[in-house]
Design a protein around this ligand. Structure first.
Ligand SMILES: Nc1ncnc2c1ncn2[C@@H]1O[C@H](COP(=O)(O)OP(=O)(O)OP(=O)(O)O)[C@@H](O)[C@H]1O
Length: 514
């Protein structure tokens, strides 16, 4: 038998009163309690604290459980990731939300998460009063900063959390990935209404604009910017060429069934090649605007691009879009050269192409493999068609080839007319010279007669005209200054080796449909 002495009165307790076997843990607890000296205030204080602590911990556990259960069953949360376009919709919405203007913690951004709309007249006046160069000031947006926020939407309070994810080593040079989560109590429909409103607002602000998407570092598409639709009338190509391109694209878009009936893959490829600054990129932008398509740009010289990545990007393009492949001549010289480089690399030469993860065959496969999107228009641009592998531009991959040459007299005249026509005159403080239509046409004629045929690119002529934007008469008078434009822009000397290869274009046909 165990005997324990109660120190206060010396009474002896027998532990056999609380046998462990018959009462289990409870019995054991009672046995311990019976051993405690209850008259000692340190002991009782400690025990009270322990009991209180246990009680509070249990209460916390129960509360956590209830909160989790409410969160699970009653709190509806939607996440918007910066990898997805919905993020831009939400950001644009939040930028206009009253809470973004009154919040005490906010981020200030001036970037492209929404179209760069013009500042209002009063804002510009206010800015000019502060002494800044108004036209240089970009639009700024106030957005909830990373952290927790409560916003009000249609009489509901929504909880908003914005946080940035840690940057992984693969995310080179990109923006940090972000997630915004929005929670509502009880009703999923309020979040759906919010999403629909953001989407409508976005569509509204994008109306009349062409959106440009670019491949991002996560292997998906990222909206880069949007710009006002470029009217086709602002593009001046050799007579008939513009119509040929536009009509061909429209005809293609109307012929889905025709392609299907004949088992021909429903895709169309265009190659725009020729001298720099002659309108290759501009016609793509104008064509996209005319068709109400967006442009998806892949730069093949992007070293992070892999074969798989390219296939994935191609399959992610929407059916009605223009897919623009840039730098085709820079990315690949010829397959022969590539394999030559490879063999050099294998023998320790450390070639460029062995370190590339995009291969020529990968590119061909992506262009017309099974994953390639039906209905899309593929455009490639190059200054050096002679450097392209014939397989890349064979009919089927490229259906229409157009040479963009330096300006003809006809183009110079049209450009002059477009540039100084009253409708296209920019709304600037300084009034341009007022001309009658006859005067304008006669000046345009004189301008064209003094511009040597196929000597200057349209970009060069445009830069020259811009330096006389208020005075068409002076532009004609100062034509000799055109040479200065060329020197200022440091355009390569046409006599150089590079441009000798271009001469071949001059002697060939102007444009052709393969
Ligand atoms: N045919 C044209 N009609 C109207 N504007 C033109 C034309 N060609 C060039 N421009 C003007 O010149 C500038 C450069 O044109 P663009 O970028 O389209 O040339 P590009 O041929 O794509 O040049 P690069 O081969 O160097 O990419 C633009 O501002 C554009 O407005």
């Amino acid at each position: 038998m165990d005997l324990v002495t109660n120190s206060s009165n010396g009474t002896l307790f027998s532990l056999d009163y609380f046998p462990i076997d018959s009462f289990g843990v409870v019995g054991y607890v009672f046995r311990i309690l019976s051993m405690i000296d209850w008259s000692n205030q340190f002991t009782t204080g400690g025990i009270t604290l322990a009991i209180l602590g246990t009680f509070l911990a249990t209460l916390k556990m129960i509360l956590n459980y209830i909160v989790e259960a409410i969160k699970r069953d009653w709190i509806i949360t939607a996440e918007f990731s910066s990898e997805n376009e919905t993020f831009s919709w939400l950001m644009a919405y939040l930028a206009d939300h009253p809470s973004s203007r009154t919040s005490t913690r906010f981020s200030v951004v001036s970037d492209i998460t929404r179209p760069g709309d013009r500042r209002s007249e009063s804002e510009l006046l206010e800015a000019s009063a502060t002494g800044f160069g108004t036209e240089l000031l970009p639009q700024v947006y106030y957005l909830p900063n990373p952290g927790d926020h409560i916003i009000r939407y249609r009489k509901h309070f929504l909880y908003l959390n914005r946080h940035r994810l840690p940057i992984s080593p693969e995310d080179w040079g990109g923006q940090p990935k972000e997630v915004i989560s929005i929670s509502a109590f009880g009703s999923r429909s309020i979040i759906e209404q919010l999403v629909t409103e953001c989407q409508k607002k976005w569509i509204e602000t994008e109306k009349g604009r062409t959106v440009i998407y670019s491949a991002d570092q996560y292997g998906g598409w990222r909206r880069m910017r949007s710009r006002p639709i470029r009217p086709l009338s602002t593009i001046v190509l050799d007579r008939g060429v513009k119509n040929l391109i536009v009509r061909d694209a429209i005809e293609f878009l109307k012929s889905e069934k025709w392609y299907g009936d004949r088992g021909i893959p429903y895709r169309r490829g265009y190659l725009f090649h020729g001298y720099p600054g002659t309108g290759k990129t501009s016609i793509i932008a104008a064509l996209a605007g005319h068709l109400r398509f967006n442009i998806y740009v892949i730069s093949l010289s992007n070293r992070a691009l892999t074969d798989d990545n390219l296939v994935e990007l191609m399959s992610l393009t929407p059916p009605h879009c223009i897919l623009l492949l840039e730098d085709v001549d820079v990315a690949f010289k010829t397959r022969e050269k590539e394999s030559e480089d490879k063999s050099k690399g294998a023998s320790g030469g450390g070639s460029d192409s062995t370190s590339r993860s995009l291969t020529f065959s990968g590119l061909l496969n992506a262009i017309d493999g099974v994953a390639a999107q039906e209905g899309r228009i593929l455009c490639m641009t190059t200054n050096h068609i002679d450097r392209l592998d014939p397989a890349l531009i064979r009919p089927g991959r490229i259906d229409v080839r157009v040479l963009f040459d330096r300006a003809s007299k006809w183009q110079s005249r049209q450009l002059f007319r477009n540039f100084f026509s009253p409708a296209s005159t920019p709304d600037l403080e300084k009034e341009p010279e007022l001309l009658t239509r006859e005067e304008l046409y006669s000046l345009a004629e004189e301008f064209a007669s003094r511009i040597p045929e196929r000597e200057y690119s349209m970009a060069e002529l445009q830069v020259f005209l811009m330096s006389h934007k208020y005075s068409p008469r002076l532009a004609v008078k100062n034509i000799d200054g055109l040479l200065e434009v060329r020197l200022r822009a440091k355009t390569p000397d046409p006599a150089s080796e590079e441009h000798n290869s271009e001469e071949r274009y001059d002697k060939n046909t102007n444009s052709s449909v393969a």
